[in-house]
Structure formats: C-alpha cells, structure tokens
Design a protein around this ligand. Structure first.
Ligand code: FAD
Length: 248
C-alpha cells in the first residue's frame, strides 16, 4: 500500500508521549497483521531538517479499527516530531506498508498452557504489543502472555492505565512493569530496578524454555536482550526482535 491519509493528534499517553492517528482512504482494504509497521512521511511539512520528513512507526491499533491507524511516539526536537505537535487536524501524510514480520508465531490455535508468549517492551517499544494484545488476548485465551515493560519512571509509562485494565480483565495476561528510577509512593503494582533475563525467567517459571520471546524498543535494549536470550539456550526461532532504529 502506498497512499495518503489524514493525520490528527489523539492526545498524550505519558510524559512527552503523543498518540496520533491517520485515517486512510476507505477504499484501501489491504489491512495489516498486528506487530507490523508503516512508513509515514509529511507531504509538505511546515518545518524540515536534515534528518528527513519520514519515519517508521509500529501500528498501535488493531485491524478492527481500519481504516484508522494509531501510533504512539516520544516527542523529541526533530523537525518530524515538531510537525507531529503542530500540524493541524486532517493534514495529509504519505503512508506506505505495512512491513515486517514481528508477528505472532504460527500455530497459535494449538498452543498449550506451557508455551508462553513473552513480550519485552523498552519504553515506547510497547506499540506493536498493544496492537497484538488488543487483537489476540481474547482470541487465544488459553495461551499465557507475559508482558514486561521497562521505563524510566511512572510518568513515562505509555498506556499505563490501559495495560492495568487489560491484565485485570484477562487472566492469561501476566503484566510486570518496571521503572528504573526509585520513586517514593510507587504504586503497588509497579516495580523498581532493571529488567534482566533472570528476573524475567523467574517470573515465567518452568515453562520459560518453551516460550516465544518478542523484544521491541531501542536498538541497544533489543540487542542486549537478544544476546542474553541466545545465551540462555533458547533456539533462534524462539527469539523475535524489533529494534526501533532512529532511537539511540
Ligand atoms: C520497525 C520500526 C518501528 C518503529 N516504531 C516506532 C514507534 O512505534 N514509536 C516511535 O516513537 N518510534 C518508532 N520507531 C522509531 C522511529 O522511526 C524514529 O526513528 C524515532 O521515533 C526517533 O525519531 P526522532 O525524530 O525523534 O529522532 P531523530 O534522532 O531526530 O531522528 C531519527 C533519525 O534516525 C534515522 N533513521 C530512521 N530509521 C532508520 C533506520 N532504519 N536506520 C538508520 N537510521 C534511521 C532518521 O532518518 C533520522 O535521521 C520505529 C522504528 C522502526 C525501524
């Protein structure tokens, strides 16, 4: 698909973290698989810089919401993001895709209780998992999903309330949200520290060796976790990574 959609802001979902949407022309029927991303480019941006007018974004919404695609991003001082903050509603943007194979493994329908699907989201790396979980949690209710998120502090956790609700309403979702900066009065369902593979394996227990592991976020987080998981004697087919190139 290569088309032009209409941009608008949805609102803030964490500190300096904006959710926005693009409405595609209704005649486009291609759809996407949760976990995929698109390339978005301003057609005639108000502000430009040498870093360019386009970026890749994982789709954070579900196929049911088509022809609306939603995204979430950390705001920075790039021209691309300044336009996200300032562009009027219904500004045209070029959209191409969907791309990528960061999608659930085949055979989900016959997966057993001892074969968990494990998601590791570094910061804004939550976006593909939001799409997958909203779409598939109910459908695959006998498959255990584990979602580990890691953020700097409580204010910066994207979709905090929504994820809490999701885990309350779905017995097959185990949610562990970790913040790296110690904070007084940390809500009881959040934890402080660093997410390590050992910490994760302990939470998953015995069945950890049968899991599929998905890691999304900055390239450095994705690469360090991927290396650690390879070191934990998982098969390469069990490890799926989605480095958000462009973030340091
Ligand atoms: C598959 C994928 C999914 C992503 N999903 C999200 C998401 O859901 N939310 C989100 O906030 N960000 C996502 N990103 C990152 C996003 O594309 C931006 O790079 C990021 O938001 C930083 O943009 P910036 O303007 O703030 O940073 P800046 O540092 O100002 O700009 C980023 C720089 O990185 C360059 N760049 C972009 N892609 C690549 C690449 N593949 N290889 C090398 N350089 C590159 C850009 O051209 C630009 O110069 C994703 C990236 C990828 C590859």
């Amino acid at each position: 698909m290569e088309t032009v959609g209409l941009f608008s802001r949805t609102g803030f979902i964490a500190e300096r973290t904006l959710m926005f949407r693009i409405v595609l022309p209704s005649e486009i029927r291609e759809g996407f698989e949760p976990g995929q991303y698109v390339h978005i480019e301003w057609e005639s941006p108000e502000i430009t810089d040498e870093k360019g007018n386009g970026r890749d974004f994982s789709i954070a919404s579900t196929p049911e919401e088509w022809p609306v695609l939603s995204f979430a991003t950390r705001l920075t001082d790039s021209a691309f993001k300044a336009n996200l903050e300032r562009a009027p509603d219904r500004t045209p943007v070029k959209v191409s895709g969907p791309y990528g194979e960061f999608t659930l493994p085949s055979g989900m329908g016959t997966r057993k209780w001892n074969q968990p699907v494990v998601f590791i989201a570094g910061g804004i790396g939550i976006t593909p998992f939001r799409s997958i979980l909203r779409h598939y949690l109910g459908k695959y209710s006998s498959v255990p999903f584990f979602l580990f998120t890691t953020n700097r502090n409580v204010r910066s956790i994207p979709f905090l309330e929504e994820l809490r609700e999701m885990s309350k309403n779905n017995k097959n979702l185990f949610l562990e949200q970790i913040v790296s900066q110690p904070e007084p009065d940390l809500p009881h369902d959040l934890e402080t520290g660093i997410l390590t593979p050992d910490r994760m394996f302990e939470a998953i227990g015995e069945r950890a060796k049968n899991g599929d592991y998905y890691i999304a976020g900055t390239p450095s987080l994705v690469s360090s976790f991927t290396t650690a998981l390879h070191g934990a004697r998982l098969f390469p087919e069990q490890i799926h990574s989605d480095p958000f190139f462009g973030y340091i």
